[in-house]
Design a protein around this ligand. Structure first.
Ligand code: 3HC
Length: 284
């Protein structure tokens, strides 16, 4: 296909609004869709806040900030993505809800358009199989915070065409990201390595090896990681990590991927990390 010029993003949550912002920053026209007005407004405010941070840090001028924001059109109607060359789905990690959206996108989009999912662990082929264009469906997995993290995983299913993969590599580079290619298995490359590491850190805490602060400092100062495992768990969300671990364990039956009892209990207690104000650390 020819170059991707306009992008639809479905879902205005943490990942969706970050993806929309990143696309607009690269000069692309973006339609950001969320079915309800309130979460759409929250997504647009998050974009404004993030752009302000870049201005404060001197990485963006006021003129560029205004031009970037103006490239994003907010909508509560999925049909508004109909003229887009690429749609990236970043809605709730629920197969039924995603499937319904993929069917709808397949109906409204032009035949050349590519549909991607930002899922971190679900089977991409299961969504692709619900469309009449499985060759034009792939995973495009971004990392949090999307406007800052450089990586994008391009996930090729057994049906994705090489032309689609090439278009997504070119697109990722246009966003200023570095793409890597991964196969369609739960966790892809990064979460497949990261999640067992995070789970193991929780096991070490359960075992009483060291305090969470010392484990975090160990990995930051000893390995140069920007965040220790407990800071990162709070940042990613304990519920998200638990959910990914469950899917990976279900697929691979590898004990390294089994959620430790403490993680499950923290999720049950509503201690989800930064987003709930409390996780391994307190953010009150
Ligand atoms: N837009 C959005 N968020 C911004 C931002 C911007 N322009 N600038 C900073 N941030 C965020 C940070 O996340 C943090 O949030 P807060 O203000 O709401 O508390 C805050 O702003 C910190 O900003 P700082 O300027 O103090 O920090 P830095 O910019 O120096 O670094 C960081 C922040 C980039 C998050 C760094 O700590 C880091 O690289 N951490 C590791 C992140 C990581 O590993 N991400 C991958 C997670 S795994 C994943 O996403 C996969 C999924 O499937 C689970």
């Amino acid at each position: 296909m020819s170059e991707i010029r306009s992008v639809g993003v479905c879902g205005a949550g943490l990942m969706g609004n970050g993806i929309a912002q990143t696309c607009a920053s690269a000069g692309l026209d973006v339609v950001l869709v969320e079915l309800e007005q309130a979460p759409l407004d929250r997504g647009m405010s998050a974009i404004a806040k993030s752009l302000d941070k870049f201005v404060e840090k001197g990485k963006l001028s006021q003129t560029e900030r205004a031009a970037t924001a103006a490239r994003i059109k907010a909508s509560t109607d999925v049909a508004d993505v109909k003229a887009c060359d690429l749609v990236i789905e970043a809605i709730v990690e629920n197969v039924e809800v995603k499937t319904a959206l993929f069917r709808r996108l397949d109906e409204v989009l032009a035949p050349h358009a590519i549909i991607c999912t930002n899922t971190s662990s679900l089977c991409v082929i299961e969504l692709a199989a619900k469309t009449k264009r499985p060759d034009k469906v792939a995973g495009l997995h971004f990392f949090n915070p999307v406007p800052i993290m450089k990586l994008v995983e391009v996930v090729k299913t057994i049906a994705t065409s090489q032309e689609t993969v090439d278009a997504l590599f070119a697109f990722s580079k246009k966003l200023g990201k570095e793409p890597i290619l991964a196969r369609d298995t739960p966790g892809f490359v990064v979460n497949r390595l990261l999640v067992p590491y995070l789970l193991y850190a929780i096991r070490l805490l359960e075992e009483g090896l060291a305090s969470k602060e010392d484990i975090d400092n160990g990995m930051k100062l000893g390995c140069g990681y920007p965040m220790g495992p407990f800071e990162l768990l709070d940042f990613v969300g304990l519920d998200t990590t638990y959910y990914i671990a469950e899917i990976m364990f279900d697929e691979f039956k590898d004990p390294m991927m089994a959620a430790p009892p403490l993680l499950k209990r923290m999720v049950l207690a509503g201690r989800l990390g930064r987003k709930s104000g409390k996780g391994f650390y307190d953010y009150a």
